[in-house]
Design a protein around this ligand. Structure first.
Ligand code: 5GP
Ligand code: ZN
Length: 114
């Protein structure tokens, strides 16, 4: 989608630190890490957020979660990791291309919202 930051990262127009890629998804390191390990995984095709997912994307989202498990294994995240997807203003979504944060490398405690 024209003007979308993550579409530009997926196609290589904007450089990123790649972690993983397959036919449908791309994972890279967050530019402003919130934890020692902070990776983003996005679908290669543009989808605004979780809020607009429908049945047509079920296999894609399933594949992304399988890839998250692979990435966690490759990164040695055996002590655990957290997956977050912000959707919309109240969640603080700043890039309107569906993405899943993979956070790890420190004990994040039990609370989800600061
Ligand atoms: P959101 O707030 O939408 O859930 O997350 C967007 C994430 O994208 C933020 O964690 C932010 O640091 C990251 N980000 C924004 N611009 C760039 C960029 O140009 N490159 C990379 N690698 N990450 C970015
Ligand atoms: Zn996009």
């Amino acid at each position: 989608m024209d003007g979308c930051l993550f579409c530009k990262i997926v196609c290589g127009e904007i450089p990123s630190a790649k972690v993983f890629e397959d036919e449908v998804s791309y994972a890279f390191r967050d530019i402003n890490p919130q934890a020692p390990v902070h990776i983003l995984i996005v679908p290669k095709k543009h989808i605004d957020s979780c809020a607009v997912l429908d049945g047509a994307d079920e296999a894609l989202v399933g594949r992304i979660f399988t890839n998250i498990a692979k990435i966690a294994k490759d990164e040695g995240l055996d002590k655990g990791f957290r997956v977050i997807s912000n959707s919309g203003d109240d969640a603080g979504q700043t890039v309107h291309h569906l993405h899943f944060h993979i956070l790890a490398g420190k004990n994040m405690g039990e609370g989800l919202v600061p």
